[in-house]
Write a protein that binds this ligand. Structure first.
Ligand code: SF4
Length: 237
């Protein structure tokens, strides 16, 4: 098990390399409801791809009600730059449908008054919502010390030994990461770890040689023909 000092060093490396990562990320100004839809696009996706998909939803459909009554295949076309488009389309429709049936509106700003626990309690029961969605809304809309973790980030966090290898569920990994990242840094940390996870730390054949964290990562694969430095070069889990 990695020490707390080692984990803080990796967190510092992720925050320190953010400026060297391929694309700087511009936080969007979104309503709470839009943050839910954006989170569904952003889970296991690069920021710019999620932004493009979200903008397509905003421009190709008249409003969120038109998205709600559209077919999954129409939504899939708008978000075609993302992976798993059918599942995402069905989640978006399920969320909008359930919310509309309960309120006859597309407004979630009331959640801002409910606080972090109240928001989590209301959102986690909603259709189409995952632990990542709830944590995303808490972080971006309520400015909470919350870290949305998707399956790519879980895999990468294990390889970096930011969380124990036995951690199997995303909520456990999220709680572990929230315990080691300062409240003022959770957004930058999320963007940094997410980018490294999606762009470099692929499930098969991670691109360790071009990964900005290859110098610190205990699971970094050495280039072919080069000896792995002591304590490194273990096969990624
Ligand atoms: S060095 Fe390799 S295993 Fe480590 S985080 Fe980067 S891509 Fe993943």
């Amino acid at each position: 098990m990695a020490t707390a000092a080692f984990r803080h060093k990796i967190v510092g490396a992720i925050l320190g390399r953010k400026s060297a990562l391929p694309v700087s990320e511009n936080p969007l100004e979104l309503t709470v409801l839009e943050q839910v839809i954006f989170a569904i696009c952003r889970e296991d996706s690069l920021q710019e791809k999620a932004e493009a998909a979200f903008r397509n939803l905003q421009t190709r459909f008249f409003d969120w009600n038109e998205v709600r009554v559209s077919s999954p295949s129409e939504i899939m076309e708008a978000i075609s730059g993302l992976t798993g488009t059918r599942a995402r389309a069905e989640r978006i429709i399920a969320f909008l449908q359930e919310h509309f049936e309960a309120t006859y509106a597309f407004d979630l700003e009331g959640l801002l008054k409910k606080g972090i626990k109240g928001t989590a309690k209301q959102l986690e029961k909603a259709g189409g919502v995952t632990d990542h969605t709830v944590a995303w809304v808490n972080q971006r809309a309520l400015k909470a010390q919350s870290i949305p973790v998707d399956s790519s980030m879980l895999r990468c966090a294990k390889r970096l030994e930011l969380v124990d290898s036995e951690v199997g569920k995303i909520p456990e990994a999220r709680q572990a990461l929230e315990g080691i990242v300062a409240k003022t840094k959770v957004t930058d940390f999320t963007d940094g770890l997410s980018r490294i996870a999606v762009e470099f730390c692929h499930e098969r054949n991670p691109a360790c040689q071009s990964c900005p964290l290859s110098g610190e990562c205990p699971s970094a694969k050495a280039p072919k023909g080069a000896a792995a430095p002591s304590g490194r070069g273990r096969k990624p889990k």
